[in-house]
Write a protein that binds this ligand. Sequence first.
Ligand code: CTP
Length: 220
Amino acid sequence: MNRPFWGKNVLITAGATREKLDPVRYFTNHSTGKMGFAVAEVAKRAGANVTLITSTRERLVPPGVNAVYVGSAEEMYAAVKENQAKQDAFVMTAAVADYTPQFVSEQKIKKQPGDFKIEMKRTKDILADIGETKTANQVVVGFAAETENIRENALKKLASKKADFIVANDITDAGAGFGTDTNIVTIYGANGSEESFPLLDKSEVAKEIVKRITSRLEQK
Ligand code: CTP
């Protein structure tokens, strides 16, 4: 049997990040990690060694997948960098915070009269960093969660983050986006390919992603 994904090393990021403000509060988003966990399962079944870097502890890790739990965007970045060198492919499904509080209070912030303003600073863009530093043999897949101008934004991300593929979805579509079992995606390739899929189960989307990584690895 021809098993082209057998023994490949794949790193996947999944879920939301948590950006702490004080011991009781944090910033996060609606990502549940479903898409990333589905990719992990499909990649593992195809025979890959899978490292899943995630903040999602509520979801069962597929058997044989190596889970690395993180909290913040900074921790996710550090875990990805630590595991970067040996990978054949990266699939960045995580909804990483773009901003994190400038200052984290060690004590609970007590309410005061009047409004409260929080200064936020930018986090590192993990996908862009990996796109920039990848070797010629590594394949990089990113996601684009959009609410408007999907194609234009996805193509911008494909170029600016130097990904081999961007999987774009309109999170306002029924059956797509956060927490659903299904997704409606278009996969844009750095070679100019553009493939739109109907409503699919996230495991089917995961199979399409793994298929494209496999053929891209064969070309490298
Ligand atoms: N991503 C990342 N690190 C970040 C932000 C995003 O690795 N700090 C990755 C995501 O995992 C995803 C891709 O970049 O694969 C696009 O994420 P998305 O949230 O759609 O876009 P942003 O990069 O945040 O850009 P914008 O704010 O313009 O939508």
